[in-house]
Design a binder for this molecule. Structure first.
Ligand code: NAD
Length: 255
């Protein structure tokens, strides 16, 4: 596929979308949806093999690249490569997230630093690299994937919830800074979503318990999240910025 680097900076169809953590789970589903919507997708993931495999499976000129979002130098090199190979990024989905399931005082300083670096600093790193060109072009769409844990708090996820809440504060503030230059910034908060992350965190009994109290008796599918992200990225959401949307089947009704 030949990619026209000048085409599709703004508008519903076309344009380069960068998705962090796109090799699996919610990120992969977001990539699938963005391809359907006509975008050229670049996914990056710390698991390089899986990133390349996913990109091949998704086809349509999708690039799959290895990168740790917490490593600014790696991210910076990759941003230059992406611009060279695919074109200017007009849409950024900062999707990466990770946490061990541990009470705060059982979390080591190293784990604490890593959770903050991956969930918070990593998303700021991506923003620092792709926002300048969006500003220059007068068009950009940024969506951060936070968590309902940030809005209501969850035992065993205190550092993660704090980092994801910081992301919300950052997004709201940034949305005001860039509103006049054509860039919107919004946040999507998944509730429990059926992905590897969830299956690694909870055993079968815990999953059963959670499902029993869920209003819809099911977890989110990754595509439920992808639908919300796609809405914020397309032209129907031009006048929506600085907002936080939970996608959780009514499990939590955060104000
Ligand atoms: N699944 C849920 O129930 C749930 C709930 C609330 C919030 N979330 C959030 O949704 C987002 C996606 O979660 P998911 O369930 O799809 O997770 P997942 O673990 O299935 O997928 C995350 C992807 O990110 C990649 N990744 C992890 N650390 C990275 C790093 N440092 N640099 C680059 N890539 C990295 C992983 O390799 C993986 O491919 C995360 O931000 C997560 O915190 C998920």
């Amino acid at each position: 596929m030949i990619i026209d680097k000048e085409a599709g900076i703004g508008g519903k169809v076309g344009g380069v979308a960068v998705v962090t953590g796109g090799a699996q789970g919610i990120g992969r589903s977001i990539c699938e949806r963005l391809i359907t919507d006509g975008h050229t997708v670049v996914l990056m993931d710390i698991d390089g093999d899986r990133a390349r495999e996913t990109a091949l499976e998704l086809g349509n000129g999708t690039l799959g690249l290895q990168c740790d979002v917490a490593n600014f130098d790696q991210m910076s090199q990759l941003a230059a490569e992406i611009e060279e190979r695919a074109g200017i990024c007009s849409r950024l989905v900062a999707n990466v997230g990770w946490t061990p399931d541990k009470k705060f005082l059982d979390t080591s300083i190293e784990e604490q630093d890593r959770v903050i670096a991956v969930n918070y600093t990593g998303s700021l790193n991506a923003t620092r690299l792709y926002l300048p060109k969006m500003q220059e072009q007068g068009f950009g769409r940024i969506v951060y994937i936070s968590s309902d844990a940030a809005r209501v708090g969850v035992a065993g996820e205190a550092v993660y919830a704090g980092a994801k809440a910081a992301l919300i504060g950052f997004a709201k503030s940034l949305s005001v800074e860039v509103a006049r230059v054509g860039v919107t910034v919004n946040v999507v908060c998944p509730g429990s979503t059926d992905t590897e992350l969830l299956r690694n965190m909870f055993n079968a009994e815990q999953i059963e318990k959670r499902l029993k109290i869920h209003p819809m008796r099911r977890f989110a599918k990754p595509s439920d999240l992808a639908n919300a992200v796609a809405f914020f990225l397309n032209d129907d959401a031009d006048f929506i910025t600085g907002q936080v949307l939970s996608v959780n089947g009514g499990m939590l009704r955060a104000g």
